[in-house]
Design a binder for this molecule. Structure first.
Ligand code: SF4
Length: 255
């Protein structure tokens, strides 16, 4: 992140940045939201496509420019109760992608992704220290909506539907060294595993079918304590596999 923060962009550079708008807006949910991540399935490591051994300077600069543009985004600010404050973590060297839902209130206040009880549980599941988790050269964190969407009667509202079609394909295309994508919760599953139609429990319990580079996970929120209690196999069976895959993905990352 420090590398990215140090990059200064000329107005000429900024003028070349155009947010990716080639996805179709999500359709009204049947039982899960639908996304059409055009350009993501083919060749994107986020869904198991080919990766290169080293990110080029071009990719690093491109990632930095995109990140700067996302952080200046206010596309749907009028619908955000606390205004636009995109919270994400990205570097073109990242080995692991955490595809989550949207920041909660505490994360909005701090501007630090997963700086809450959900993050504590997630880091425990992954077997990562704070230092590793917040190293953008190791871990990219791209929720489906980058800004806090507000809270409804049964918890936080869904990620804003404008966000993923605008930004996601372009950001994912920067992750050329990705080895593992962790798909957290129904909204990220709808985007990254668009052909799945079962319940979250069915999809997570069928984790073996997605190969070694993608793992669907429940959201680590305390709101899911009941789900975790009803599905003890998750922490007994899948969390050890998750830790092993995270460890392998970060081996030899050179950071
Ligand atoms: S949620 Fe996404 S599209 Fe909306 S203002 Fe934030 S970054 Fe922009």
């Amino acid at each position: 992140m420090a590398y990215l923060a140090r990059l200064s962009l000329s107005s000429h550079d900024k003028s070349k940045i155009v947010p990716s708008r080639h996805g179709q807006p999500p359709q009204p949910p049947s039982n899960r939201p639908k996304y059409h991540p055009v350009g993501v399935e083919a060749g994107c490591p986020a869904v198991g496509g080919a990766r290169t051994d080293q990110p080029s300077q071009t990719y690093m600069a491109s990632a930095a420019m995109l990140l700067a543009q996302v952080r200046a985004c206010s596309l749907c600010a009028e619908h955000l109760p606390l205004g636009a404050r995109p919270v994400l973590q990205l570097h073109s060297s990242a080995r692991i992608l955490i595809a989550g839902q949207a920041p909660g209130r505490k994360v909005h206040d701090s501007g630090v992704p997963f700086n809450d009880a959900s993050g504590d549980r997630l880091r425990n599941w992954l077997g990562l220290s704070n230092e590793q988790f917040y190293n953008p050269k190791q871990v990219a964190i791209l929720p489906m909506g980058f800004c806090y969407p507000g809270t409804g009667r049964s918890g936080d509202l869904p990620p804003r539907s404008e966000c993923a079609p605008t930004w996601r394909a372009g950001l994912l295309a920067q992750l050329r060294m990705l080895r593992l994508t962790l798909v957290i919760g129904q909204y990220a599953i709808a985007y990254h595993l668009p052909h799945e139609s079962g319940s979250l429990t069915e999809i997570v319990s069928n984790w073996r079918r997605y190969g070694p580079n993608v793992l669907p996970l429940p959201h680590p929120s305390p709101r899911n304590n009941i789900w975790l209690a009803r599905n003890p196999w998750f922490e007994q069976e899948l969390v050890p596999v998750l830790r092993q895959r995270v460890s392998v993905a970060l081996q030899g990352d050179g950071t």
